[in-house]
Design a protein. Sequence first.
Length: 137
Amino acid sequence: MPFLALLLVASLGYALWSGKIKLAQLPPILLALGGAMITIRGGWLIGIPAIIAGVTWYRGLTWRMFGTKAVQTDEFDLSKARWLLGVSAQDDAERINARYRHLIAQNHPDTGGSEDRAAELNKARDVLLNDLARKSS
């Protein structure tokens, strides 16, 4: 049993360190795990409600933190792409391409810019143009 507890603490520590879970999610996880330990030791009347409360609390937190209808975009959020290129939501493809050409001329690796920055600009342009194409069709 001590080995299992140590393994559990190490797993939670790694999940926090790597960003898999947030610090705010830790109390409901610990409540549910504590309820499971109590249930295993025979305390059904306390353990089962603790598990249910922990799981319900965790789901509520997850819904509030990430939204119930969170839509996953590739890796690049539209607002970040707009901010990176300096365009607004009302700008058309011509304006997006003009801003892209202006910024890539300054940040291209051949002119002393970084490859990472150029890749970010390329990705931002692609995301915004794909979003415009999706909206128009």
